[in-house]
Design a protein around this ligand. Structure first.
Ligand code: AHG
Ligand code: MN
Ligand code: MN
Ligand code: MN
Length: 333
């Protein structure tokens, strides 16, 4: 039962669950709940597009690069449009940061309390080969007064200020996993009913695990501490698992126990992953599930961003494994 004493259980619909959980925030007006429902609706639409991508001529490259210099896939662009639409029509959001938008989208919505950072389609290199992809989102409360123009302080908040975060995994089944800071819950999509149902209540990450996930092709560019830690994983005969879709790699390790690393490399001293719409959301979820997230030096959620698309090294997963990796990094300094 939640604080209102109402019970929910496996099989409760996402809508009902969100309603029950609203009592976690005694003075809440229901806008965050509505925002979560808007995101879930967009996720259903993207799920539909994803499922038929091979048939609908929406596979392949879009023909443009995003601000990161990455080649956009058609589905990157479609997912971005879908989420932008859902977030701007709902009325709860005042500003959006997206991987696929160069600048902050100021919705000029006078009643919007929330700022959303989103990776609409994560794992785009896997779209055309029918491998799991995802969506990642972070929700913040704006700092400046309602109705006034958006300021950088509304956007550049550390991850510790998130009021909610989640991801959607378009996998062998489609799941939505989210937290509002009171634990982590996972919902599985039932296609024929068009509903998400609670399937993974109160997810708790194993304290340790036997899986390590890293792009080992970049080994020659790692710093010594990372190399030593991965050598230790191999000495212990851990399993190497790397999908190349952050959401999918993270989700597996969260449930089974494991560590995901995207460290600094020679060419990319801040790694590859983006703080605002990749690392922060997953770090919040990790901590809520009893796991850990660091850039090798500091807690991800404590980093104060200084630019929109800033990258960060990311070590995330089972607490003991992340601690062990940090030990190696410190020893090799
Ligand atoms: P995106 O598709 O949103 O641009 O993210 C790509 C990210 C992430 O999903 C994945 O874990 C990582 O890139 C893989 O990078 P490498 O191909 O360098 O391993
Ligand atoms: Mn991309
Ligand atoms: Mn991504
Ligand atoms: Mn993306």
């Amino acid at each position: 039962p939640d604080q209102s004493g109402m019970a929910y259980s496996v099989g409760t619909t996402l809508d009902r669950f969100i309603k029950f959980k609203q009592s976690d925030f005694p003075f809440a007006s229901g806008e965050l709940s509505q925002l979560l429902r808007d995101i879930a609706l967009a996720a259903k639409i993207v799920n539909r597009e994803t499922n038929r991508a091979g048939l609908a001529n929406i596979g392949g490259a879009f023909g443009q690069t995003n601000v990161q210099g990455e080649e956009q896939q058609k589905l990157d662009v479609i997912a971005n449009i879908r989420f932008m639409r859902a977030l701007s029509k709902g009325g709860e959001v005042c500003a959006i940061v997206s991987e696929e938008e160069d600048a902050v989208i100021d919705l000029k919505n006078k009643s919007g309390k929330y700022v959303v950072a989103i990776d609409p389609l994560d794992g785009s290199s896997n779209i055309d080969v029918n491998i799991s992809i995802g969506t990642i989102f972070s929700i913040y409360r704006r700092k400046t007064p309602l109705g006034s123009p958006i300021q950088m302080e509304d956007i550049m908040q550390p991850g510790s200020e998130q009021v909610a975060a989640g991801y959607v995994l378009y996998g062998s089944s489609t799941m939505l996993v989210y937290t509002t800071g009171f634990g982590v819950n996972g919902f599985t999509y039932e296609t024929s009913l068009g509903e998400f149902f609670l399937s993974h209540p109160q997810i708790k990450a194993p304290k340790s695990g036997k899986i390590y996930s890293i792009n080992e092709g970049l080994e020659l560019d790692w710093q010594e501490g990372i190399k030593n830690y991965i050598d230790e994983c191999k000495a212990k005969r851990y399993a190497a698992r790397y999908i190349g879709s952050l959401v999918a790699d993270f989700h597996r390790n969260l449930l089974k126990g494991g560590i995901y690393l995207y460290p600094a490399t020679k060419n990319n001293p801040n790694g590859k992953l983006r703080l605002l719409y990749e690392a922060n959301a997953l770090a919040f979820i990790a901590e809520q599930a009893g796991a850990k997230a660091t850039d090798g030096k500091s807690r991800i959620l404590d980093i104060v961003p200084d630019s929109l698309h800033q990258r960060t090294p990311l070590l995330i997963g089972s607490e003991e494994m992340v601690d062990q990796a940090i030990k190696h990094i410190e020893k090799s300094k």
